[in-house]
Design a protein around this ligand. Structure first.
Ligand code: ADP
Length: 158
């Protein structure tokens, strides 16, 4: 039986409990989950690429079939290089749908064996985003409810 590998790409600036919820679900459905932390020079991030990767690695160490890898370039190339047959993206509401559909269609146009699958998190994470966490941090607010304790500690020490 062939193995199913899914790539979950994102900025993870920082990784939140919403991302973690989705990854835990994916880890039960797929043989292998590759969390692909994007280095996008056009996107200004709060955390450096290496820190985003390290935090994701620490938070996700408990999952034996989840790997964290940094990437830049085209997602379809990354997926092909890693033998992935699925891309995972999260859907929290209508805005995500509008944003994600053209990307999924475009990615499939580029390699037609790569399907995008969408998953939704537990309802307590539906309103959670990394951008919200960053906004709270900007005003020295408490984000402990939204991120893993490892991430919270790191952010406090920044
Ligand atoms: P990007 O810059 O690619 O949107 P993010 O790190 O913000 O990177 O998000 C990566 C993926 O995780 C996206 O598909 C996004 O919709 C999804 N996601 C983000 N937050 C949540 C959440 N709270 N619940 C479920 N999915 C989420």
């Amino acid at each position: 039986m062939s193995k199913n590998t899914v790539v979950y790409p994102g900025t993870f600036d920082p990784i939140t409990l919403g991302h973690g919820d989705l990854i835990a679900r994916a880890a039960t459905l797929f043989d292998r989950v590759i969390v692909a932390v994007a280095e996008n020079p056009n996107k200004k991030t709060l955390l450096a690429h290496q820190i985003r990767i390290e935090l994701a690695k620490e938070v996700l160490a408990k999952h034996t079939n989840v790997e964290v890898v940094g990437f830049d370039g085209l997602l379809v190339d990354f997926a092909n290089q890693h033998g992935a047959n699925f891309i995972l993206r999260g859907l929290r509401g209508a805005t995500d749908v509008m944003q994600e559909l053209p990307l999924a269609v475009m990615n499939r146009r580029m390699t037609n064996h790569l399907e995008t699958v969408f998953m939704t998190p537990s309802e307590q994470y539906l309103a959670l985003s990394s951008s919200l966490v960053r906004e709270i941090l900007q005003y020295q607010g408490d984000v402990s409810e939204f991120v893993d304790p490892i991430v919270n500690q790191k952010l406090k020490n920044m």
